[in-house]
Design a protein around this ligand. Structure first.
Ligand SMILES: Nc1nc2c(ncn2[C@@H]2O[C@H](COP(=O)(O)OP(=O)(O)O)[C@@H](O)[C@H]2O)c(=O)[nH]1
Ligand SMILES: [Mg+2]
Length: 695
């Protein structure tokens, strides 16, 4: 492949609601450009980008796949991204390196919840967007309606760049509004088209739509707009410049259309991206920090020192880990030594590859703006910055959404603990939207992810790659213990038979603190009843119990403990004696201060179509949820509620089945609330049963 400068690169993400045709479109692109020798299909499991066994089995994209090809004097790096909410982490990380997104819409269904989800991610990263209305071959396809819906949802920047000549069966041609020519698509899946004249009966309609488009283009630039008002038309150069500017600054979201499965509209889309799509250079400079944490800007320029973002780690059979990197500045070659500014360690660059799905081609060098794969880096993971030490650059870490599901796992066979823990750790590094935590409080290993399928896939990979199996359990809830009254107790610890004796006596008061304040310890001992050095011993004992709990084994919170008196013995008083006395008197205090259990409450936001509102609210009520309000957002409703964590187990799947996959939800810890009495009794009984079983 020839050498491409930053302005000749097109880093593109394919994004949409699930199953609209991204993977099929990517396949069409590869077939059109001769990279693939036949056009694979998702249904047969033969596409280039969905090549993993789990992807073929489920017929969905799970992992971002990179595809690289040349088109119209440009090099395209296309990231085929998953649309399934479980794998949305891939969209978040890729959003850091793409310069434009092709947002696919279903010609028969229009804007869907998943469209909004990816739109928001693109909005957050200010990624220019081109819309592609796919499935134009479907019977209910309605281009005008979809454009209207997208305008309602995403504003008047959304504007048609094409007009389909026919919809449904047979969909075979479109009118290109800029050139006012008809593109008749080949029916042999080659992806190409013949240019023909616009049919008489469509000319007026096409003219009218063209005027809307041209006016939008004119608005992107004041000088062009002035000219447009004077003359009422723009020349080719003004159109090109205005359209490029409008797409780049997010004031124009042009809408194209096609049928990925028939490979129709693929060439015209790629031509459009090559001509008007932003290059990495156009979106330069990129914000970063220097070694001292000061904000800097890095130009996408091959003559400056090297820096790049590792945005994805692929774990490949027989090759090991491949790190996908976007080189922002400078260049890297095999053999270079670079610096990982997050891990603060050096990395040696081995082979550099160009990827098409699982197919790799060696490449000696990777330059500013480009995307490629590095193999076997020692200690570099998703989200890390690699940089030339001469000019240290740190790009912001990649932000992933809060997990929405959790499961606790235990080894199926004894002795696998270490393998499981290192396997899960590596899986987290390849996919940071999945989190593994060994929770010492709950004594469980808890996996958190973006959906049940996400966690199932992780557990399956653990088995395939590391040969270890785990059993899944509902995670325990991190309840808290607290008190609702004051208490005052005395405790004497005395062991004076045989050997060295122990003696300590502690008098303590405790009182409730406001919710969320944690723990306070104070000594009001006067007149030397307890010598100074023993006060920290008492506190240490109290803090032990704080972790272990006094009622059901959960951490104690929002309590103030005051030691106000006590006794000591000139010989037998010692640190350990006061620790024990502190611990025991505190336990007595908690138990007499009307203790209660608190449970974690989460804020959730459910986004769903209007027609699902009733079912979702009914379900939330049955889960002890408290609805705070509803907002409408475009075609969707957003329900905000507070709900106990204990009731969120399995919620992602319930929501999916309640709405046939049309709703999504996010969650965030809010606060702790007292547990209702009947639930509390159950939790305490369970804790006791578990304690007895352990003995
Ligand atoms: N009728 C029709 N089906 C399509 C089209 N594009 C994709 N599909 C089908 O839609 C399903 C999902 O396609 P896929 O490419 O996996 O969608 P993705 O989830 O967006 O990557 C598959 O069964 C495809 O064959 C299209 O243009 N027309
Ligand atoms: Mg896909």
């Amino acid at each position: 492949m020839k050498d491409y400068g930053p302005h000749e690169l097109r880093n593109i993400g394919l994004v949409s609601h699930q199953s609209i045709g991204k993977t099929t479109l990517a396949e069409g692109m590869l077939f059109s450009t001769g990279i693939a020798t036949r056009m694979g299909s998702v249904d047969d499991g033969t596409t280039t980008s969905d090549y993993r066994s789990d992807e073929i089995e489920r017929k969905i994209s799970i992992s971002a796949a990179l595809m690289t090809f040349e088109w119209q004097k440009c090099k395209f790096n296309v990231l085929d991204l998953p649309g399934y909410p479980d794998f949305i982490g891939e969209v978040h990380s890729s959003a850091r390196v793409i310069n434009q997104a092709v947002v696919l819409l279903n010609a028969a269904a229009g804007v869907e919840v998943g469209t909004d989800v990816v739109w928001e991610i693109m909005e957050k990263h200010k990624i220019p967007r081109i819309l592609f209305v796919n499935r134009m071959d479907k019977e209910q396809a309605n281009f005008a309606k979809v454009v209207q819906e997208a305008q309602n949802a995403y504003g008047h920047g959304v504007v048609a760049a094409q007009l389909p000549v026919s919809e449904g069966e047979p969909f075979n041609s479109i009118i290109d509004l800029l050139t006012l020519k008809k593109f008749s698509f080949s029916t042999d899946k080659s992806g190409g088209f013949k240019i023909e004249e616009v049919p008489e009966d469509l000319m007026a309609k096409a003219q009218e739509m063209r005027n809307v488009f041209i006016e939008k283009i004119a608005e992107s630039d004041d000088a062009i707009l002035e000219k447009y008002f004077e003359v009422g038309e723009l020349d080719e150069q003004e159109i090109t410049q205005g359209l490029r500017t409008g797409i780049r600054n997010g004031s124009i979201f042009p809408v194209l259309c096609g049928s990925a499965v028939k490979n129709m509209g693929t060439h015209s889309l790629m031509d459009f991206l090559a001509e008007y799509g932003p290059s990495p250079r156009d979106l330069s400079p990129i914000k970063a920090k220097d070694a001292g944490g000061n904000e800097i800007e890095v130009e996408v320029d091959e003559s400056t020192p090297f820096s790049g973002i590792v945005f994805k780690t692929l774990s490949e059979m027989h090759v090991g880990e491949l790190s996908l990197i976007n080189v922002v500045s400078g260049q890297i070659k095999s053999g270079d030594e670079v610096y990982n500014s997050m891990k603060k360690s050096y990395e040696k660059i081995g082979q550099i590859y160009e990827l098409n799905g699982k197919n790799r081609k060696e490449k000696g060098i990777l330059k500013a703006g480009d995307i490629g794969a590095l193999v076997k880096l020692r200690d570099t993971h998703t989200g890390n910055t690699l940089t030339d030490k001469k000019r240290m650059v740190v790009y912001d870490p990649i932000e992933f959404p809060e997990p929405v599901v959790q499961v606790a796992v235990t080894p199926r066979s004894k002795g696998d603990e270490d393998k499981i823990s290192s396997g899960l750790h590596t899986l987290h590094e390849t996919d940071p939207s999945f989190i593994v935590e060994v929770n010492p409080e709950l004594r469980q290993t808890v996996l958190s992810g973006q959906g049940e399928i996400h966690l199932t896939v992780i557990i399956q990979r653990l088995k395939e790659r590391y040969g270890v199996e785990v059993d899944q359990k509902k995670p325990k809830i991190p309840y808290r213990e607290t008190i609702t009254a004051k208490a005052d107790e005395k405790y004497r610890h005395k062991k004076q038979t045989g050997g060295a004796g122990q003696f300590a006596e502690v008098w303590m008061r405790i009182e409730p603190l406001p919710r969320g304040s944690g723990f306070e310890f104070e000594s009001q001992v006067v007149g030397g009843a307890i010598s100074g050095p023993f006060i920290p011993s008492i506190e240490k004992g109290v803090r032990q119990l704080l972790e272990e709990g006094a009622v059901a084994g959960y951490r104690i919170v929002d309590v103030k403990a005051i030691v106000y008196d006590g006794k000591e013995h000139p010989v037998d008083s010692k640190d350990i004696a006061f620790q024990i006395a502190g611990r025991e008197v505190f336990k007595m205090c908690v138990q007499s201060a009307k203790p209660i259990l608190l449970e974690p409450i989460y804020d959730i936001e459910v986004k769903c179509p209007e027609e699902n509102m009733g079912d979702i609210m009914g379900d939330l009520n049955s889960r002890r949820g408290r609805i705070l309000g509803m907002d409408s957002q475009g075609r969707f409703q957003v329900i905000k509620a507070k709900i106990p964590l204990a009731e969120l187990h399995g919620y992602a799947s319930t929501l999916r089945s309640l709405t046939q996959g049309r709703a999504t939800y996010t969650r965030k810890f809010s606060h702790y609330d007292p547990l209702p009495k009947e639930v509390e009794t159950k939790v305490i009984a369970e804790a006791q049963a578990e304690k007895e079983a352990a003995h």
